[in-house]
Design a protein around this ligand. Sequence first.
Ligand code: RP5
Length: 162
Amino acid sequence: MRKVAVIMGSDSDLPALRPCFEQLKVLEIPFEAHVYSAHRTPDAAADFAKSARENGFGVLIAAAGKAAHLAGALAARTTLPVIGIPVKSSTLDGLDALLSTVQMPSGMPVATVAIDGAANAALLAAQILAVSDEALAGKLADLRAKQTKKVLEKDAALNIEL
Ligand code: RP5
C-alpha cells in the first residue's frame, strides 16, 4: 500500500494532528510525519513534495496555521493528491488558515477539510487509497457501519430519556 505523508508547518501543530494519526493507525495505513514549513524551510518542503511519488507516497496531508501556505506549496510540486488541514493556532481562530489553504488558484487543487479536521483528513486519504485497495475499502465500510450503529443507539437512548 502507498504511504500517507503528514506534513505539519510547526511542531506546535502536533496536538491538532493527533486524531489524524489515530485514524491512520486504526486503518493500518503506513505513514510518515514531518515538520516542514512553506516559509521557514521552503526548500525541504519542496524537495519532499517533488520526490514523494517515487518515495512510495500516495497522498500528502499538510497541516498549518496562520498564513497557511504549506498545502499549496506542496501541491505546486506534485501531482499526488494533497489534503490541507487549516490549524487553529492564532488569534483569528483558524479562519486565516482556512482561507489560506482553501483558496487555491485554478489548476492547483488542495482538498481542504474543516479547521482542525484532522480525522477527516485521514479518512479522506484512506478513501483515496481505497480506490485501488479492496481491503482498505472494506475497513472503511466497517468504520461507517460502526458509526451508523453508534448514532442509532444514541437516537434510541434519547427517546428513552425523554
Ligand atoms: C504556522 O504557524 C504553523 O503551521 C503553526 O500553526 C503556526 C505557528 O507556528 P510556531 O510559531 O508555533 O512554530 O506556520
